[in-house]
Design a protein around this ligand. Structure first.
Ligand code: MN
Ligand code: MN
Length: 320
């Protein structure tokens, strides 16, 4: 069954954002893998935050981002209407289980896999950043080792956090070690603050991982940094992962490990669109959105929606 949230407003050509079944951007909803064929992009929720090291609440991210999502229509800068050019479906949430991160990750990997097996690009709404591991693994199992463009304050290449190996601070270490990410085609953008330390950066250098810091963005500008990142990643399948904490907390206060001195929303929105337009993005996720954090209400969900939308606009531009 496919549910079209727009159906009852068909005669009017558009639906009020606050009415009708909750789906990403008013996209049709299905949970049936046999009905995915023919779509270009599927939105998947991964509402889990059992593996955070600091503030919980990212489990509320997917619903908040859907509620904040803007309806179809062209973006004013590019004049791209991703909803007109791409067939977008909301595939619902993976069957997460509270306090059981192992089975939760299995469910996320299986759900992303169903989307990929139908020839559809998955865009996953987190959830804490540990979900990048099942997301990327599902993509790599079908496309081979991937390039990775990773926007974040943190490298997430720890071997463990508080002695825990599967954490929101370790997915990138594990994905490189397991061969799912080609470290020579892996770039990080937006690093700053006080974590990680020299052992992690030494490991990154050994493997040829390219790190762009916030001071690179400050000194050279986001366009130059993104152009370098696109050159490093080059041809071949790419996963795009966006930890919303790459933004300055002034723009996204609702996140698990906020760090002042980050990107503006404008820098990040332009950057993700450019990455998706220039590279062959086979999957993406947007993570660490805590809509319930104090004073954030839905400011962070709102910018997370626009990040997803600019990824969609980029994919639409890539196909022109
Ligand atoms: Mn982070
Ligand atoms: Mn992260």
């Amino acid at each position: 069954m496919v549910i079209d949230p727009l159906e009852r407003w068909r005669a009017y050509g558009e639906k009020p954002d606050f009415a009708g079944p909750l789906s990403y951007g008013g996209a049709p909803l299905t949970q049936d893998p046999t009905l995915l064929a023919g779509f270009d992009v599927a939105i998947i929720g991964a509402p889990t935050d059992d593996l955070v090291s600091d503030r919980p609440g990212a489990r509320f991210g997917p619903r908040a981002i859907r509620a904040a999502s803007c309806p179809a229509g062209p973006e004013l800068e590019t004049r791209v209407d991703a909803f007109a050019q791409l067939r977008i479906v909301d595939y619902g949430d993976a069957a997460v289980l509270p306090a059981d991160p192992e089975r939760t990750h299995e469910a996320i990997e299986a759900t992303v896999g169903e989307v990929l097996d139908a020839g559809v690009i998955p865009i996953v709404l987190g959830g804490d950043h540990s979900i990048a591991e099942p997301d990327v693994r599902a993509c790599a199992n079908r496309h081979g080792p991937l390039g990775l463009v990773h926007f974040d304050t943190h490298t997430d290449t720890g071997t463990e956090v508080f002695g825990v190996a599967i954490s929101h601070g370790t997915p990138m270490y594990r994905l490189v070690r397991e061969g799912h990410v080609n470290p020579k085609r892996y770039v990080q953008i937006g690093l700053r603050g006080y974590w990680p330390g020299e052992p992690e950066f030494a490991w990154q250098r050994e493997h040829g991982i390219r790190a762009f810091f916030m001071h690179d963005v400050r000194d050279r500008g986001i366009d130059a940094v993104v152009a370098d990142a696109v050159r490093v990643v080059g041809d071949g399948p790419v996963f795009l992962t966006v930890d919303v904490d790459v933004l300055d907390p002034a723009f996204a206060p609702g996140t698990g490990t906020p760090e002042p001195g980050g990107m503006t929303s404008l820098e990040l929105l332009t950057a993700v669109r450019e990455v998706a337009a220039q590279l062959d993005v086979v999957g993406a996720d947007v993570v660490e959105v805590i809509p319930t954090a104090v004073a954030s209400t839905d400011i962070t969900a709102l910018v997370a929606d626009r990040i997803v939308r600019q990824i969609l606009n980029g994919i639409a531009l890539h196909r022109r």
